[in-house]
Design a protein around this ligand. Structure first.
Ligand code: ADP
Length: 486
């Protein structure tokens, strides 16, 4: 039969962890198990004879401060009245390196608990249980290095920051894109280093980032040398393993070349549509002259053919005007001649004109706003015409288009409702984009360039109003626009 002490000692020696009990006042070890030989290469007697002073020297220099700080804090806590009774309970844990007898370092995870207290109740002896976590630490380091390597080889500029937007990391692509070396920027505010502006004015991107956890969009940013680059920025929150928000990461792609190409294409469209307009105008004039002539000659067949020629010329003119408007809108150059007038008058007059041309649908207007607006009559009429003709165009089976005019908090709100093919949720977000056309089998059979809504939005924006859509696929769509009262 073994006695109780012997019994526990045998068990302790077989645990694959290093167990050590020491007196914090005398610095002497009361007990160490055999595992220290396996973990650190020392004999039990080395620790028992040389005490805490010797063992402390084995701790890696870089880890000493962390351990001392944590230990003092834990002791303070354990000695405070609130915790005066705890014993055999873990009060602290830390990860650190200790030097093996052979010279290399071993990573340990140590858990410290109160083993005994003196007469006055103060902590006297502490028990440390330590396990070897070298493998885990090496794997983590490898993974960290691999992540760092990936970041370095990625072609987007990747920047991470803390919650205060101070730069934590800055990869090679960021160095190339912005011209700053990593050492120049770490610790500095990303918002000061990478000055950013947005086409069309400031954007509420920080709000979106904080509300949804991410933001993606185009921006113009300044390089170290003062030149500017177009980027497609994608910013997201970074969280730690407990899900706590710790900072942000931005991956920015240089899209300057694509933007330049787009600009060249826009210039070409502007030039081409301008050049096309002149011959078209003379064509129209000659067609009118010819019409007069054939009228006099009473040549019915020629007149019929001329009428259809005129209709084609009008269609062409409409398309080219659309293209010209787009290039003007792009450059912010649509001219507006604003006058004060009653919006109801414009609506009723425009709808009457549309009704005369489009006989396939009944257009029903309800409501009156009584609102006076300061606006460009022709342009607002153009918006209403676009929305109403779209409602007709995209509702081949619905025979009714309903317009409503209302006054709402110092604004007029106009809605155009159809019972047509509707617009999917994904498309609703893109519907006001330039050249956007829904991927709908019916839409595809119709002529159009996907410019009307883009221009309409531009016009309404420039009047300080809003334009939006609500729609249920296969049921119909309602387009709204609002204008502030004069
Ligand atoms: P276009 O009609 O010349 O293609 P628009 O800018 O006016 O250009 O419209 C863009 C796209 O939005 C259309 O191609 C169509 O797919 C969709 N759309 C517009 N209005 C409606 C509507 N009332 N119902 C369903 N789809 C619509």
């Amino acid at each position: 039969m073994v006695n109780e002490g012997e019994f526990f000692r045998t068990i302790a020696d077989h645990v694959p962890a290093m167990i050590a009990v020491y007196n914090i006042k005398t610095g002497k070890y009361l007990f160490v198990n055999k595992s220290i030989k396996k973990l650190l290469g020392y004999e039990q007697k080395d620790f028992l004879e040389k005490g805490l002073a010797f063992v402390s020297q084995l701790v890696h220099q870089d880890d000493v401060a962390q351990i001392t700080k944590k230990n003092l804090k834990a002791l303070d806590m354990a000695n405070s009245p609130k915790y005066a009774k705890i014993i055999n309970e873990s009060i602290v844990d830390f990860e650190y390196r200790m030097r093996h007898k052979k010279g290399h370092y071993v990573w340990l995870l140590t858990d410290g608990s109160v083993f005994s207290r003196d007469k006055s109740g103060q902590v006297e002896c502490v028990m440390n249980v330590s396990i070897d976590i070298t493998n885990r630490k090496e794997a983590e380091a490898k993974l960290g290095k691999m992540t760092a390597n990936i970041l370095e080889s990625i072609s987007d500029a990747v920047i991470t920051t803390g919650l205060d937007y101070k730069i934590v990391s800055w990869n090679r692509a960021a160095e190339e894109l912005y011209g700053y070396k990593v050492d120049e920027v770490v610790g500095k505010s990303a918002r000061e280093i990478v000055k950013t502006r947005y086409e069309g004015g400031p954007l509420p991107w920080i709000k979106e980032l904080e509300n949804t956890g991410k933001w993606k969009g185009e921006a113009i940013q300044q390089r170290k040398d003062g030149t500017e680059v177009f980027v497609l920025a994608s910013v997201s929150e970074v969280k730690d393993e407990n899900g706590k928000l710790v900072g942000y990461v931005a991956a920015n792609k240089d899209i300057t070349d694509r933007k330049k190409l787009e600009e060249r294409k826009d210039d070409f469209v502007a030039l081409a549509s301008h050049e096309l307009k002149t011959p078209l105008t003379s064509l129209k004039i000659f067609a009118q002259v010819l019409e007069q002539r054939f009228k006099k000659l009473k040549d019915e067949i020629a007149m019929k053919q001329l009428a259809s020629m005129n209709r084609q010329i009008d269609k062409l003119t409409e398309l080219i005007t659309g293209l010209l408007d787009v290039s003007r809108a792009q450059m912010g150059k649509i001219d507006y001649r604003k006058d004060q007038f009653a919006i109801d008058e414009l609506i009723y007059e425009t709808i009457e004109n549309i009704g005369r041309v489009y006989k396939s649908h009944d257009i029903i207007i309800t409501g009156k706003s009584g609102v006076q607006v300061m606006a460009d009559w022709d342009r607002i009429s153009q918006v209403l015409t676009n929305l109403t003709t779209n409602a007709i165009k995209y509702s081949p089976e619905g025979k009714q288009v309903e317009l409503k005019v209302e006054k709402h908090k110092g604004e007029v709100v106009v809605s155009v409702k159809d019972h047509g093919i509707g617009i999917s949720v994904a498309d609703q977000r893109k519907i006001f984009d330039r050249f956007f056309q829904a991927d709908h089998p019916y839409s595809k059979t119709l002529p159009g360039l996907g410019l009307g809504l883009y221009i309409s939005k531009e016009i309404i924006d420039r009047h300080g109003g809003k334009i939006w859509v609500e729609s249920i696929p296969s049921k119909g769509s309602t387009f709204y626009f609002s204008l502030p009262a004069a």
